[in-house]
Write a protein that binds this ligand. Sequence first.
Ligand SMILES: NC(=O)c1ccc[n+]([C@@H]2O[C@H](COP(=O)([O-])OP(=O)(O)OC[C@H]3O[C@@H](n4cnc5c(N)ncnc54)[C@H](O)[C@@H]3O)[C@@H](O)[C@H]2O)c1
Length: 326
Amino acid sequence: MTVLITGGAGYIGSHTVRALRAMGREVVVLDTLELGFEAATLGAPLVVGNAGDGALVRSLVEEHRIDSVVHFAGYKNAGESMQVPGKYFENNVVATARLLEALVGTSVRSFVFSGSCSVYGTPAVLPVDEKAALQPESPYGQSKLIGEQLLRWHGELHGLQWMSLRYFNASGASTDTMIGEDMSHTFNLVPLVMNAALGLRPAVQVFGTDFPTPDGTAVRDYIHVEDLADGHVRALTYLEAGGVSGALNLGTGTGSSVQQVIDLVTEVSGRVVPTQYVGRRAGDPSAVWADNRKATSALEWVPRQGLRDIIESAWRWHQSHPTGYV
Ligand SMILES: NC(=O)c1ccc[n+]([C@@H]2O[C@H](COP(=O)([O-])OP(=O)(O)OC[C@H]3O[C@@H](n4cnc5c(N)ncnc54)[C@H](O)[C@@H]3O)[C@@H](O)[C@H]2O)c1
């Protein structure tokens, strides 16, 4: 009963590896370490390799008697995907297809996938639920949608039980400051604001101050990475108990503006956050937050940490690890 965790040396993967091991599950991490760190696995068994390497995956499944997979491996920068779409289709779609193909006929029955709220594009109705139209606005979002479609067909044709967890904005660090988000290759708001507060970058740029939101800056649903990890543990348990395959939103159900994040970082850190207000970026929705009722009911999952917990944990992590894991 071992779980293969692709991308388990990355940000969300490492928190999930830790949560699974804490409940006594055997895991094997498969990560290229291109964007991940061995230190983040906290000593979990790690194989350095590509999730799209079918021969390697099949040998790991046999050697470790793997019956479940959690697939985090992939790229996540929507902005970059507009510049180099092929990179995203290659890693997020082709590698996922190869991984799934390698699992056909093996002992693997359950598969949890890193989905994304970017599959919704700009939602017509908020909060956005799983029945909303799927209209991604970047190759990244499209790659996540294709990943879900691959899963649906593997479910129908090969009996794979699957769950796509559509994360909203993953943020924060572990409460005990052991692991967190490495800032060297992230474009997520919270680490960028932390960087500015620490004087590691000249200023944080705020894209757009004229959105139809209470303070004019864009609104997103920030979900603590430990709550996400808990969602994965529950999704795996649910599938293994015969739960229904499908997609679930993992968000708090509450939106916070970019300005609220900056104000809270200023308060928690006691530092000035140099801020530069610039125009909107193409394709940035004004507001996105989750209807999470399907996940809370199917998985009995409740996000326990709010924006203050996110900022406080991230501040402790970034202050104590200004250069991340390096
Ligand atoms: N961070 C977010 O807010 C967010 C939101 C929605 C979805 N996601 C998705 O969740 C997943 C994990 O995100 P993260 O924030 O932990 O990113 P991350 O970059 O920290 O982790 C990804 C990990 O996967 C590894 N990797 C990449 N391609 C690989 C491959 N082909 N084979 C093996 N390893 C590979 C990287 O080295 C890295 O360790 C990604 O698929 C991302 O698209 C993230």
